[in-house]
Design a protein around this ligand. Structure first.
Ligand code: NCD
Length: 325
């Protein structure tokens, strides 16, 4: 049977990935496969939100969050449960890491419990990749340092596709603390692979020129770019990662970059606003915009579950039969 993913014909990609570390080396076909399976799960959740499927019956998924998280952690937990897996949460605060155990030894110990998937968030770039060498489980990166956050990237692609019906040819403007954002790196790889035009906007210290090498345009003023945007992705000012002052004053930042109703009145009428959360209301985005009809913030949260269900399905069970052969 031929299944269409948002109007795109999805062909069998012979899914071969065991781990999801970053979107940098993903093909368009792989992204399309995730979006198509996620669309299937979104539809099935809409029909029967509480009823779990039994796709992952007998599987154990371990949530290993070494950094704080609300949405990503809850969303992986709900995705696993709705696929019928057992989900176990690891609590850093009560773990032997605090007694000096290395991350490698923690991963090896947890691997001895024979789990099927480890979802890892860590402040160090490369921690999930390192873990793949010490476990037989599938590893999914839930955000590592300033590197990548591939499941956020995929749910952002899904949300854009759902709203606009395409990604190719759209102009996505990402504004804010690009330097410290792992979300932006995954968004950028995914968007460029899917044929979007991507502009990164922010003050020079927060938007380094090397992002041009990844296919992005760089701008330091928002107002000239805003009228050309189809999608505006707003990033949090990550104060906890700023060891030195990257911006001279927050007041100046908000003056130039905060997304307000007034600013949006000069954008295209159909422009939509995204934010991966957590939001600093009235810093990078005004409360009015965050709660407006243009805001996709809660759609992103809802879509996170379907996209993570799709990934767990593909990693642990392979492609579903209904993807075209
Ligand atoms: C982001 C993260 O932790 O990378 N949040 C998220 O997962 N939705 C962005 C952030 O911390 O600002």
């Amino acid at each position: 049977m031929e299944q269409e993913g948002f109007g795109i014909e999805v062909s069998r990609v012979a899914w071969s990935r065991k781990h999801v570390i970053g979107l940098a080396d993903w093909s368009r076909e792989e992204i399309q496969a995730v979006l198509a399976v996620a669309r299937y799960y979104k539809e099935s959740l809409r029909r029967t939100p509480a009823a779990p499927s039994d796709t992952l019956r007998g599987c154990t998924v371990l949530n290993l969050f070494f950094e704080p998280s609300t949405r990503t952690r809850m969303s992986f937990e709900l995705a696993g449960l709705r696929l019928g897996a057992r989900v176990v949460n690891f609590d850093r605060e009560f773990s032997s890491l605090l007694k000096g155990e290395s991350l490698r030894d923690t991963i090896r110990t947890l691997n001895a419990y024979q789990v099927d998937a480890m979802i890892i968030r860590h402040s160090l770039t490369g921690a999930p990749l390192m873990a793949t060498g010490h476990t037989t489980a599938s590893v999914i990166n839930a955000g590592d340092g300033m590197h990548e956050h591939p499941t956020q990237g995929l749910l952002d692609l899904f949300t854009i596709m759902e709203q606009k019906g395409r990604i190719e040819g759209l102009h996505v403007v990402i504004v804010g603390d690009v330097l410290h954002s792992r979300v932006v790196r995954s968004d950028l790889h995914g968007l460029i692979t899917m044929g979007a035009r991507v502009s990164l906007v922010g003050p020079p210290p927060l938007v380094p020129p090397y992002f041009r090498d990844l296919g992005a345009e760089i701008h330091h003023y928002l107002d000239p770019v805003l009228p050309e945007a189809d999608i505006l992705c707003v990033l949090r000012i990550q104060r906890e990662r700023q060891q030195k002052a990257y911006i001279p004053s927050l007041a100046e930042y908000t003056e130039l970059y905060r997304i307000t109703e007034e600013r949006l009145s000069r954008a295209r009428p159909g422009v939509l606003v995204m934010h991966p959360g957590p939001m600093n209301r009235d810093v990078e985005i005004s409360a009015a915009v965050a709660d407006s009809h243009r805001s996709l913030v809660l759609d992103q949260v809802t879509n996170g579950i379907a996209v993570r269900m799709a990934l767990l399905h593909l990693l642990l069970r392979g492609e579903p039969d209904w993807i075209a052969s």
